[in-house]
Design a protein around this ligand. Structure first.
Ligand SMILES: C[S@@+](CC[C@H](N)C(=O)[O-])C[C@H]1O[C@@H](n2cnc3c(N)ncnc32)[C@H](O)[C@@H]1O
Length: 215
């Protein structure tokens, strides 16, 4: 899924449906990801590649009434959906959207207690390490990153089924063959080479990886 491919309204609507449809929310992934860090009132959080706010609203609840959640995405159309949802759910005052790239974050060093990013990395291709360095830069010294993305699995037939399903989607999202999925070892190496420590990894539901690490 790329901004350039999202040139018409129907493709945008397809993306919104896929990211924001009812199926994802019942699986409990956001709760699992949020449980990977210790929350405290008034924390500052970045949701990177936030899309329609799959994580953002839960992040806003976890951060509490004095917390702030900044949501960055290249796609303004998805951020508009996020803003509407935040207002509707009564957390619009602590959610701030920014259209921009994960590769050049427009925040000073040491800005956030937590950076969350779900299903962004596979879209960055060669930019993954740059994004991880940007995440580390904007985290406060004791800050933590939490990531979710597609996991590379050994079962080639299952991989093909997953790729075929995604390729059939109108917006062309999801992991493509070869380089857009990550083994647990690869995620650990990327995080450690980007300077993170205390790396915790787990696989989730078949072909996903969840990771958390400290700055
Ligand atoms: C698969 S979606 C995931 C969205 C959301 N985190 C979720 O889990 O539903 C990937 C998101 O990353 C955004 N994105 C892609 N490249 C980006 C970049 N370079 N910087 C910021 N966002 C980007 C896309 O617009 C899209 O909203």
């Amino acid at each position: 899924m790329r901004e350039m491919s999202r040139t018409n309204e129907s493709v945008l609507q397809e993306t919104i449906y896929r990211l924001d449809g009812p199926l994802r929310s019942v699986l409990g992934e956001t709760e699992q990801l949020l449980s990977m860090v210790r929350w405290f009132p008034g924390c500052t959080v970045l949701d990177l590649g936030a899309g329609t706010g799959y994580l953002s609203l839960n992040l806003a609840h976890a951060a509490g009434i004095d917390g702030q959640v900044h949501c960055v995405d290249v796609c303004g159309g998805l951020l508009r959906v996020l803003e509407e949802k935040a207002t509707r759910k009564g957390v619009g005052d602590r959610i701030h959207t920014h259209q921009g790239s994960a590769l050049h974050l427009d925040f000073p060093d040491d800005s956030f207690d937590f950076v969350f990013s779900s299903y962004l990395l596979h879209e960055l291709e060669d930019g993954v390490c740059v994004a991880l360095q940007e995440i580390r830069r904007v985290l406060k010294p004791m800050g933590e990153v939490v990531l979710a993305d597609y996991r590379r699995i050994a079962d080639v037939r299952r991989c093909r089924e997953i790729e075929d399903w995604y390729q059939a989607q109108a917006d062309g999202g999801g992991p493509k063959e070869q380089h857009l999925r990550f083994s647990l070892d690869e995620v650990e190496t990327m995080l450690s080479e980007s300077g993170f420590h205390n790396i915790r990894l787990r696989s989730w539901l078949d072909f996903h990886v969840h990771a958390a690490a400290g700055k």
